[in-house]
Design a protein around this ligand. Structure first.
Ligand code: DC
Length: 292
């Protein structure tokens, strides 16, 4: 069963504590202000209509929205669709780790040799072509998109992403992307915690493992494949444990993130609510120096 049938007025789970994003410390960083009321309202509100002044309100010059969370929450599609609705760039950091895995495999490099891994990835000059939708990830100047979902890449990427040296390189590349594209929806595991600790808005997207397994099973069935939901749920729980217990860049929910439970929401409902959250904060003219 797909968990696609939630009433519009049913609440998602959110962290109840007040949060003022960017409200810690003084400085030149300008952040959106998201109040608990915004978050509570966002659970039921739809994005502003086309003629609503909130929608016409320009977004700030710098708008980094960091979306993190475990596998199977639809983070990537959510981030991509949200970016499109907001008219900003979309960064898929999982694709970068997947590209690293493909490069290592295709060059026959020992994945346990951090020096060789980093050297190969650095030499490939990973970069995105932002003119396509989604942006095309280029390695050695050529698209590497066709390799990203291959089984060998998927099997290697999680252990490879545990290499501290590779993570350091990725963090550097992603920070560069953030500087070049300051209006960005980025998604991964460490975007709000490590790469963009000063993100304007941090979202932690999650869903019950049972629900994520059901969604994955549905995708497999739609692709004409068999799916064992219990086995999928066990795999997901195992992946959660390994992502969260990793020594470097573990999956965590940043303290100042909005925790957003998608278990009972459809895809469109999730994007609608996130769009409403961003637009409301932006319309309040809430981009203000941190600490004010
Ligand atoms: O989101 P995904 O399944 O495409 O991510 C691929 C792998 O990369 C997954 O094992 C988690 C890892 N990853 C990470 O460690 N840090 C990120 N910022 C993004 C992905």
């Amino acid at each position: 069963m797909m968990p696609q049938t939630k009433r519009d007025d049913a609440p998602a789970t959110v962290e109840p504590k007040p949060r003022m994003l960017g409200g810690v410390g003084a400085g030149a960083v300008r952040r959106l202000l998201v109040t608990p009321a915004d978050v509570a309202e966002t659970l039921t509100l739809m994005p502003p209509a086309a003629d609503d002044p909130i929608r016409r309100h320009p977004l700030p010059e710098r708008l980094i929205v960091a979306i993190d969370g475990p596998a199977g929450t639809g983070k990537s599609s959510t981030a991509r669709t949200l970016a499109k609705r907001l008219g900003v760039e979309f960064l898929d950091t999982g694709a970068m780790y997947r590209a690293a895995a493909a490069l290592v495999l295709d060059a026959g490099i020992d994945p346990a040799d951090p020096v060789a891994v980093v050297e190969r990835v650095r030499r490939a000059g990973l970069r995105f072509d932002w003119t396509t939708d989604p942006p095309t990830l280029l390695a050695d100047g050529r698209s590497i998109m066709h390799r990203l979902r291959d089984a060998d890449v998927t099997a290697l990427v999680s252990p490879l992403a545990g290499l501290a040296e590779l993570r350091a390189l990725m963090v550097e590349l992603q920070k560069d992307i953030g500087r070049a594209h300051p209006r960005l929806v980025t998604e991964g595991r460490d975007q709000g915690s490590v790469v963009f600790p000063d993100a304007d808005l941090k979202i932690y997207l999650f869903a019950e493992a049972r629900v994520r397994a059901a969604r994955r099973a549905e995708q497999l069935r739609q692709a004409g494949l068999e799916a064992d939901e219990l086995a999928l749920e066990q795999e997901i729980l195992q992946r959660d444990r390994s992502d969260s217990s990793r020594r470097v860049g573990p999956l965590t929910c940043p303290q100042d993130a909005v925790r957003f439970d998608t278990s009972l929401l459809t895809f469109d409902q999730v994007v609608d609510r996130l769009e409403a959250l961003v637009r409301k904060a932006a319309a309040r003219g809430a981009a203000r120096p941190a600490g004010h």
